[in-house]
Design a protein around this ligand. Structure first.
Ligand code: PHE
Length: 354
């Protein structure tokens, strides 16, 4: 046993001089001091040593263990210092080096207009509500007083969805008609009125889909809807509010005019024009010589729509308006092709740094 102890002492000396890394050290430490390591095994074997030899042998063994622990501790300190020094050297930063250039992003023109619209209307007390892009015929057409044979319901204009290809929550859509991609944010009017008693003052931005594709139309585009329902709301309120909106977005010099129009869900319905902010109304290319630019559709909420949502039309009236966000962006920034808004070309987009 004593020989064995001498032998281990030598081995430790040899091993320690070879140690390079903390991982190395751990392994060696385990080899000698670990639960099944050499020294621990010797300690266990003490049981077989004759009782009279045990005290003296025990002393030697304890000394061996202390020797090992001390050697390992001192080498550990050296290694840690060396490793830290190495890390500092590797991670050293040269603060005099030129920085790496990172490309700055810019908001998409649609986002800028959307943010601007939300900021203008929230200043007037509107709250934002976002409805679902997948709708059914009830919310998109029927509840908006659109007859069953209305051409907008045609497959040529509306993208219908095969319900079997979707996993959807029935309670959200109910059993009320085919699923489709909403063609107008007006669908959100119904969802709001079904869930909230007047006074209502909401703004509803979002994507809409129509089977339409040319320089000024895209199969997917964005709208901003507004809805106000309360006691005593009149067309004058609508005109006054839109006038303020037009001045804020196109400049304080613009005038607003209403032209009679038709939407199934508003009565009366109007088309809203602003005086051309490019030529001041004299007539130019932008306004096609008319001096006016059409910006949105609006009207007084049809009493049949209010009734269908459980709002008493003899007590409450309201107005609604809807505009195309891309259209406003094109007008405001002088963009002549809608495709530019969807192609994601950075050379185009980076011009819109706010
Ligand atoms: N939803 C109509 C459209 O998409 C716009 C509109 C909204 C008109 C609200 C009147 C009231 O053309």
């Amino acid at each position: 046993m004593k020989d064995k102890i001498k032998e281990i002492e030598k081995q430790i000396d040899a091993a320690v001089s070879d140690i390079q890394t903390s991982k190395n050290l751990m392994e060696i430490k385990m080899k000698f001091l670990g639960k099944t390591g050499e020294i621990s095994t010797l300690m266990k074997n003490m049981r077989d040593v004759p009782a009279e030899e045990r005290p003296s042998l025990g002393k030697v063994l304890n000394a061996l263990r202390q020797f090992a622990e001390e050697r390992f501790a001192s080498i550990e300190e050296k290694i840690k210092k060396a490793e830290l020094k190495k890390r500092y050297a590797e991670e050293k930063i040269d603060v005099t080096m030129p920085g790496k250039e990172t490309a700055d992003g810019a908001y998409h023109p649609n986002t800028l207009i959307r943010q601007e619209l939300i900021s203008i209307f929230s200043g007037m007390g509107f709250e934002v509500f976002e409805g679902p892009e997948i709708e059914n015929e009830y919310y998109n057409f029927t509840a908006l007083n659109t007859p069953d044979d209305h051409p907008a319901r045609d497959m040529q204009d509306t993208f219908y969805i095969d319900a079997n290809t979707l996993v959807i929550e029935d309670e959200y859509y109910g059993e009320t008609g085919n699923l489709l991609l909403r063609t107008q944010t007006s669908a959100g009017q119904i969802r709001v009125m079904e869930n909230k008693k007047p006074p209502i003052k909401i703004l509803s931005p979002g994507k809409v889909y129509r089977s339409d594709d040319d320089a000024t139309h895209s199969p997917m585009f964005s709208q901003m809807e507004g809805l106000v329902v309360d006691k005593g709301i009149t067309l004058c309120d609508l005109k006054g509010m839109l006038d303020e909106f037009a001045k804020k977005i196109f400049g304080s010099g613009v005038k607003t005019r209403l032209r009679p129009s038709y939407f199934p869900f508003t009565e009366p319905s109007v088309e809203v024009d602003v005086s051309c902010f490019e030529c001041g109304g004299k007539g130019c290319r932008l306004c096609k010589g008319t001096g006016w630019i059409e910006v949105l559709g609006a009207g007084m909420v049809n009493r049949r729509v209010l009734e269908g949502c459980g709002v008493d039309p003899d007590v409450y009236t309201g107005f609604a308006f809807g505009m195309g966000i891309e259209r406003i962006a094109m007008l405001k920034y002088g963009i002549n092709n809608m495709k530019l808004l969807f192609e994601g070309d950075v050379r185009f987009l980076k011009q819109f740094k706010a």
